[in-house]
Ligand binder design. Structure first.
Ligand SMILES: Nc1ncnc2c1ncn2[C@@H]1O[C@H](COP(=O)(O)OP(=O)(O)O)[C@@H](O)[C@H]1O
Ligand SMILES: [Mg+2]
Length: 314
């Protein structure tokens, strides 16, 4: 290490402890960082007293109340635009915040869940009319935790109602066919650390009919999963396109990879896998499904610290 100083890493989180209660990854991170001799400090993005420059690395992990305080969170990000220690970088986060990035990935050839975007009532009605599946999904393009997300019978008035609520809240509406495989097998998420696949997990279905959550509350059932061959091919293709976009914007240096990325895939009714979302800034990593994953994350952090000159292998 440089002199006697231990490297200091901030995990960007929130002051809202009720939200943090859901961060099942944190205990795994704490143990792995301690084992590596790195100081890990949770730091709330809303806390004005924090000196972000004092950290060797700032890892955005669980600022999960940002959806309620979007403007303030965006301000926080803008103020950190030149801080090269932030991972993934705030420009990348700004891009990833709004799921309209899916259209960009689709245009680049990635298989994405078919989506129509609506920014007014007329577009909303046209989008809902264009869906031919038995059920439709209506959700906002900026969201997390299935917020304002509903599943409806095709033609249901409640689908229009939810769409109008999303528009009234100032968001773009996404309309998708409901992929019926989600009821049986849920979705498969894959975490990449420093550009390499680390582990995959399966997340059970979240939505009941007509705009409700299964069991009436948001409840993620997660287990370890193996990717099938076609899912692996898709994950690698998605990551290549994402890294190409990110490098093209100079949000990472030409030879670097994203510190972390999570790609969630569902199977469409035609049997093919498609990307549901690419989570590049606040994903739960579900470290509990793979005992080796926390050390992989720390190794990637150490590599960034070395590049930043604040860490020497000893
Ligand atoms: N097109 C779809 N088909 C089937 N289920 C979907 C679809 N879109 C969303 N869902 C369900 O809703 C959940 C939340 O949607 P998602 O797009 O992952 O948004 P977020 O996780 O950002 O809230 C998913 O985990 C899945 O269970
Ligand atoms: Mg999701």
């Amino acid at each position: 290490m440089n002199g006697s100083r231990r490297p200091k890493v901030a995990f960007v989180t929130t002051l809202d402890t009720a939200i943090l209660h859901d961060d099942f990854d944190h205990p795994f991170h704490v143990e792995a960082f301690a084992a590596a001799g790195i100081d890990l400090e949770p730091a709330a993005w809303e806390d004005p007293a924090i000196d972000w420059e004092a950290f060797d690395l700032v890892v955005v992990r669980s600022p999960w109340n940002y959806v309620d305080r979007l403007n303030e969170f965006r301000q926080w990000m803008r103020a950190r635009r030149t801080l090269t220690t932030v991972h993934n970088s705030v420009d990348l986060i700004e891009w990833n915040l709004d799921k309209r990035y899916l259209a960009q990935l689709a245009a680049a050839g990635v298989s994405v869940v078919p989506t129509t975007y609506a920014s007014d009532s007329e577009e909303l009605r046209a989008a809902l009319e264009s869906v031919t599946s038995a059920q439709v999904i209506v959700k906002p393009s900026i969201s997390a935790g299935s917020r304002l997300t509903g599943r409806f019978a095709n033609g249901s008035a409640a689908a229009i109602e939810l769409g109008e609520r999303i528009l009234a809240a100032g968001f773009t509406v996404m309309v998708q066919p409901f992929a019926s495989s989600v009821d049986a097998v849920g979705e498969v998420g894959t975490v990449l650390i420093d550009g390499v696949i680390s582990h995959s997990f399966r997340k059970g279905p979240l939505l009941a009919d007509e705009g409700a959550l299964r069991g009436g509350e948001y409840c993620e059932e997660v287990s370890a999963a193996e990717l099938s061959d076609d899912e692996r091919v898709l994950v690698i293709a998605v990551n290549e396109v994402v890294e190409r976009i990110v490098r093209g914007q100079s949000w990472i240096s030409p030879e670097a990879h994203l510190l972390y990325a999570r790609y969630d895939i569902i199977r469409l009714d035609d049997g093919t896998p498609a990307l549901l979302e690419a989570e590049l800034f606040e994903p739960s990593l579900f470290l509990m499904v793979d005992p080796a994953a926390p050390a992989r994350f720390v190794a990637a952090v150490e590599s960034l610290l070395r590049k930043g000159g604040s860490y020497d292998e000893n």
